[in-house]
Design a binder for this molecule. Sequence first.
Ligand code: SF4
Length: 407
Amino acid sequence: MLYSHSRLETFDSCRLKFKYQYIDKPDIPKRDSVEAFLGIRVHETLEALYKNLMMGKTWTCEEYLQHYQDNWQRNQSDAIFIVKKEYSLEDYFQQGLAALEKYWKHYQPFDQEKTIDLERRVYFSLDDGGRFQMQGFIDRLSKTENGVWQIRDYKTKRRLPTQQEADADRQLALYQIGIERMWPEIEQIELIWHYVLFNEEIKSVRDHTDLERVKLDTIHLIQEVERAVAADDFPYKESALCDWCDYFDICPAKKHLAKVRQLPPREFKEEEGVQLVDRFSQLKRQEKEVKAELEALKEGLIAFADQFQADRIYGSDQRVKIISKDTYKVPSTDDKHRRSLLVELLKEAGFWESVSNFYGPRLVKMYEKDQLPADLKAKITEFLTPATIQTIRLSKAETYDENFEDI
Ligand code: SF4
């Protein structure tokens, strides 16, 4: 498989989506998100702008914006879907128009650097043996008067990354590896992202060590992909990106939602799956309430028995027995310091494994039954607090009528 940053990004974001997109390729209707549509239109306008400049042709700002508008209208279709329903297609169009206008004002007459190429394909291997092949397309490759090469990428995302995030970005670093292979004599390269909706440029410079790390991390990720392919292991990972996923309607995590969210409210409520989940969640809620009520009743019974100085309290046909037991408590989860000291002590003594499953009760039981070595028992003593635990046992009450039969 020939890899690209976007393939690996898809694998990282959701393995099932990767499987659909690059392996299974199910025959489902293609949909275009409005965000992707906007991104393509902005990219092609900027590409046309710089292509003209490379040919010595200069546009006016009106011609440049008209190009965007014409392309938008030519490609517009009903297949474009909008996730954020509060915005219309026109809102997105205007957003792109405003961003391109700002770009024009910012960079016109576009002579800050020389454009070397547009949509430049980079194709290279991450290893010397040629096993891990990568490819990508650089939006614009440019060079400054001082001989600095610049790998430029245009983004229409609505989130501006931090410098730290840009310095950790894989995509342009991979392109740098490719460019250095193609032109080994290049001494300096800058990675530049244009976040056009913000009219912001973000720059990152990578040294040899950074690139070696990117190479290694990417090889490891590709190996992870190969393992997943060999084992057919592609679990889904739900995220905010699901709403934009082409496979929403067939994904096991979303296909029921895809079906029911189109139903009118009444039919939605009557759908079998919806009814089953609603009833289940209702009972679960009741279960929680019953548990809370049982706890309160238990406390009430213990208080009553204490006041009445009895340990058996009778109901109509059942009785409860209150059992008090003097035992110990381990440090609570709030007492992190003492708890971690105790854990260390148990680990050092090689007893952690045997008590870790039921940490507190199991340790106390072993302590009480003298199942711990004497020196460990002595050390543990300071961590245990004496406590009385009261439990309640419910059983059938005796029938006294039989006893009175002969009287
Ligand atoms: S809908 Fe979400 S979970 Fe399902 S395949 Fe797409 S991204 Fe993955």
